[in-house]
Ligand binder design. Structure first.
Ligand code: GDP
Ligand code: IMO
Ligand code: MG
Length: 423
């Protein structure tokens, strides 16, 4: 029987997952999301057009590919409706090629309000959440108080909704947030009725039956391993398991049916929102990386914090996920730097360590290895042998110190800007 492959972000998200999934989709029969929700922003570029996906898997533009939204997702119907309409207008076969799990959880308008209230209450300690309601909806899920997409079909859906809403409103009484709930509910119910016309089903059975029928599935992670609720830089994380285990719980694929684990990392590092970031560069290097990499959030537009590649964190993510191959993205962004740096260990309490500590803020300074940069523009290169020698050395170092082969290098946002290093 076939195994499902998985592609996972190994950093703090925005590694270029959407682009790479879109590039790999022709090799697969189905693409499946298994966690997260509208906090994700996955960008695809082709034919000089850019598309940003939040809930719908990145295989949607390929007419023969099935796209699954697994049980591990949290769906905001309003975001879903906007996205589905936008993608359909751009030519995607959204109604035909998408199946939504009946077990995915619904984000209510009050989940968003609770997210905002929670961040407001935290003041300077705020997580820097995308304010999409992610924390509150996963809280309800684990408290066994959530509403699921399968509930939409129930005759008493509106009255169950009101029970959940009233519980949330009671919690919101402690905040001084102002909102127009009537308007929010009007939009939400409109979107719920819209969603009812989409295919919903048992994506757990569906995914396993596809594998039995020898079909190929690629699971598309959202966020990144360092934002994982268990292994990330807690509490500055998201509320789902972004690492490989999330595939089992969020799609219903058992561990012995997981095949290739494709880990994706930028050639440097970014983070959006609050929380520790040992290799962050707040000087002109960071600004230059942000400018050359156009590092602004796909979901919120916020400027991303930028810094050097962190091998300590990368090796941790590779270990947790069992990564079998690496994809390095945004390598083109490093062109023109005289010197490049990679963190190889951390100094914690005056001692060197190559492990990620319990508290990442305890890292006083990363230890860097320096590399000569390259000056040429590599964004038009499509064959490995044409890459500058310095870049090959940079990539070789990553392979050597992670023990994982790099199979693909991305050198631009477009679908075509991809270099295969090995098969
Ligand atoms: P995702 O969340 O992992 O799918 O990544 P995002 O879409 O949020 O952020 C990645 C950004 O980098 C998007 O704007 C992509 O279009 C862009 N991008 C992806 N790969 C490359 C690359 O190799 N080079 C450059 N310059 N941009 C890239
Ligand atoms: P993709 O899939 C980057 C970050 C937020 C915040 C923290 C918690 O595009 O890589 P949340 O809204 O989940 O409660 O926010 O996680 N975050 C992301 N950062 N890319 C993402 O998704 C993210 N999703 C959440 O900025 O720091
Ligand atoms: Mg993103």
């Amino acid at each position: 029987m076939r195994k499902a492959d998985v592609l996972l972000g190994l950093q703090w998200g925005d590694e270029g997952k959407g682009k790479v999934v879109d590039v790999l989709t022709p090799e697969y029969d189905a693409i499946a999301r298994f966690q997260g929700g509208p906090n994700a922003g996955h960008t695809l570029e082709f034919n000089h057009e850019k598309h940003i996906l939040h809930t719908i898997p990145s295989g949607i533009f390929h007419p023969d590919c099935l796209n699954l939204i697994g049980n591990g997702l949290v769906i905001d119907p309003v975001v879903f409706m906007e996205e589905a309409e936008r993608l359909a207008a751009a030519g995607a076969r959204v109604r035909e090629n998408l199946v939504i799990s009946v077990k995915a959880h619904l984000i209510l308008p009050t989940h968003r309000l609770l997210d905002a209230a929670s961040e407001q209450a935290k003041g300077n300690d705020k997580i820097g959440s995308t304010l999409k309601g992610i924390g509150p909806v996963y809280t309800d899920k684990t408290a066994r108080e959530g509403l699921r997409t399968g509930d939409i079909q129930r005759d008493d859906f509106e009255s169950i909704y009101r029970i959940h809403r009233d519980r949330h409103l009671a919690q919101l009484q402690q905040s001084d947030l102002s909102y127009d709930l009537e308007q929010l509910e009007k939009e939400w119910f409109e979107a719920i009725y819209y969603m009812r016309s989409f295919k919903m089903g048992h994506t757990d059975y569906l995914a396993n039956n596809l594998l039995k029928d020898d079909k190929k599935i690629l699971a598309e992670g959202a966020q990144g391993t360092l934002l994982d609720i268990d292994f990330g830089s807690y509490p500055f994380v998201t509320s789902s398991n972004t690492s490989c285990g999330g595939l089992c719980t969020g799609l219903g694929i058992p561990p012995n049916k997981v095949g290739r684990v494709i880990g994706i990392s930028k050639a440097y590092c970014t983070r959006v929102g609050s929380g520790p970031f040992p290799t962050e560069q707040t000087d002109k290097t960071g600004i230059r990386l942000r400018e050359q990499g156009h590092e602004f959030g796909s979901t919120t537009g916020r400027p991303r914090r930028c810094g050097w590649l962190d091998l300590v964190a990368l090796r941790y993510a590779i270990m947790l996920n069992g990564v079998t191959e690496l994809v390095i993205t945004k390598a083109d962004v490093l062109s023109g730097f005289d010197v490049l740096k990679i963190a190889t260990s951390y100094r914690v309490n005056d001692e060197l360590t190559d492990q990620v500590p319990y508290d990442l803020t305890s890292v006083s300074e990363p230890v860097y290895q320096e590399f000569p940069g390259w000056t040429s523009d590599i964004s038009q290169i499509r064959h490995a042998h044409e890459l500058p020698h310095e870049m090959k050395e940079y990539l070789r170092f990553i392979e050597l110190h992670t023990g994982v082969p790099i199979t693909l290098v991305s050198v631009g946002p477009d679908r075509a800007a991809m270099i295969r290093l090995t098969d």
